[in-house]
Design a protein around this ligand. Structure first.
Ligand SMILES: Cc1ncc(COP(=O)(O)O)c(C=O)c1O
Length: 495
């Protein structure tokens, strides 16, 4: 296939290639573990060596001859057979089956070596041909060498795609094959060695300045860096282990609107994981309002709120929300996660202390990491422990007690009356993340503070629009002064 045509092909990094056959048994047969050629051909090689006769020198010569002829065969097969696309759709399909699939999905381990249904007839043809040409017993050491070449090719090919060897010699060979895969499909046909590419002038020009191909040093450095990165990320095997058990529950694609029933894989299923507590995600009025806002203001803010991104509707929403939450002021953020990062971190300085329930949301934990304050955890909803922990810092340290109003994983409610009591006793600041409480508990759904009749004791209330409020974004609600301070110090908002 012409290089240009080949390059239009996509290259997937998926470890699994596309299905090739409708029939399950054909599909299963088309997937071959890389060790299969070893299992088949090592015994045949041993048998050939056992049958070999003659002087050590002549046998070694024949063996090396077989190895050499293999390398030529490898080049010729790859260049003229694997890369040949017969005309018509059937031709294209055949080409895809025997080689195209490997170019499209080079990371599929099970479509790297030829299936025995192809390699065994080929081996018989070669063996018979050599036997006719050089006769017995010369064919035995010769064919053993030929098979060794084939096995080395298969194993090196596997290693190139799946093992991370760093030796420069190996990397040079690997570079040749990777350039064939990722830059020029009509060059670099020698896989186990580039010798015949030099002979037939199909190698890559790595020295020409104008060449698009990478220079060797650059390539090696990139590969080394990649190897270290890959080694690190591949150590994290938990997702693949769960996938292998057929129990992977994440990133399921929903093909319908979010509702109590959704479509997954074309089938209706009941939705138990939704945070759309009021079922407003599909409300016609909310959709209409979103469309109207888009028509009026466009699809983005074109800058940070701090500089040029504050729109009229931001201010309107902040005012309406402050009224609704019975707080002095509100500041909007682009997600609930950001509102915790941006609303907590700038407030807690070097001499301050943050006390968090051990089960608070990840965004609060990350906020504490971004702050310079000392962080203390207390046992989940354990007020005795809170009281114990709050005694630890210096008396004049400013103390923040931060909890989820309704805990995101457990679903239980923070013991706000006790938290307020402890805070008052120790001059603490009460911060409540009401992501799961807004729209659910309290008067008109304004959250945990209201639920306990303590809304005026919640110094800082954070929340999200991504749950009951059927949208995206988050907010921090607090006194006018706190919000004004955040407006000028909160990095998550300003930048
Ligand atoms: C308690 C809590 N806080 C904050 C957030 C973050 O909200 P958002 O999805 O808007 O980033 C969540 C979301 O899961 C949450 O459960």
């Amino acid at each position: 296939m012409a290089a240009k045509e080949y390059q239009q092909h996509f290259v997937s990094s998926s470890a699994d290639s596309t299905r090739m056959f409708k029939a399950n048994w054909m599909e299963a047969l088309s997937k071959v573990h890389f060790s299969v050629p070893l299992i088949i051909y090592l015994p045949i090689m041993a048998w050939c060596l056992w049958r070999a006769q003659g002087s050590f020198l002549s046998q070694t010569g024949l063996f090396l001859g077989g190895l050499f002829i293999w390398s030529f065969t490898e080049y010729t097969l790859h260049r003229f057979v694997f890369h040949w696309v017969p005309p018509g759709n059937l031709g294209k399909r055949l080409h895809f089956i025997w080689h195209g699939v490997h170019h499209d999905y080079p990371n599929d381990k099970l479509r790297l070596v030829m299936p025995p249904s192809v390699s065994v007839p080929l081996a018989i043809i070669f063996y018979t041909g050599f036997r006719v040409l050089i006769g017995e017993p010369a064919v035995y050491p010769f064919f053993a060498g030929f098979l060794l070449g084939y096995l080395c090719y298969d194993m090196m090919h596997f290693a190139m795609h799946h093992l991370r060897w760093n030796h420069p010699f190996w990397l040079r060979i690997k570079q040749h094959h990777m350039l064939h895969h990722y830059q020029q499909h009509d060059r670099g046909y020698g896989v186990s060695n580039p010798f015949w590419d030099y002979v037939f002038n199909t190698t890559f020009n790595l020295t020409q300045k104008s060449s698009k191909t990478l220079h060797f040093e650059q390539f090696v450095n990139q590969l080394r860096m990649n190897n270290r990165l890959l080694e690190r990320v591949r150590k994290y095997t938990a997702p693949n282990e769960v996938r292998a058990m057929g129990m992977y529950p994440y990133f399921r694609v929903i093909e319908s609107e979010q509702d109590t029933e959704v479509i997954i894989d074309g089938r209706p299923v009941l939705m138990f994981g939704s945070n759309s507590y009021l079922g407003l995600t599909n409300h016609p009025k909310i959709k209409e309002a979103a469309i109207e806002a888009t028509t009026r203001y466009g699809t983005g803010c074109a800058g940070s709120r701090f500089l040029n991104g504050t729109l009229r509707i931001h201010i309107e929403l902040e005012e309406i929300l402050a009224d609704y939450l019975k707080q002095e002021a509100v500041l909007l953020y682009s997600t609930g996660f950001q509102s915790n990062l941006g609303g907590i971190a700038p407030l807690a300085g070097r001499h301050d202390t943050i006390l968090i329930d051990e089960r608070v949301h990840a965004s609060i934990i990350d906020a504490t990491r971004l702050s310079f304050a000392k962080v203390l955890k207390f046992k989940h909803n354990d007020m005795e422990d809170l009281e114990k922990q709050i005694m630890r810092p210096e008396a004049d340290s400013l103390k923040y007690i931060i909890v989820d109003g309704i805990f995101s994983m457990e679903g239980d409610i923070a013991n706000l009356p006790e938290i307020v009591r402890v805070a008052e006793k120790h001059n603490g600041v009460v911060v409540v993340d009401d992501a799961h409480a807004i729209g659910v508990i309290g008067e008109m759904g304004i959250g945990t503070g209201s639920h306990f009749g303590l809304q005026d004791k919640v110094d800082i209330q954070t929340g999200t629009f991504s749950k009951s409020l059927a949208s995206l974004g988050g907010f921090v609600a607090a006194s006018y002064d706190v919000i004004d301070y955040l407006k000028h110090t909160s990095r998550a908002l300003i930048f």
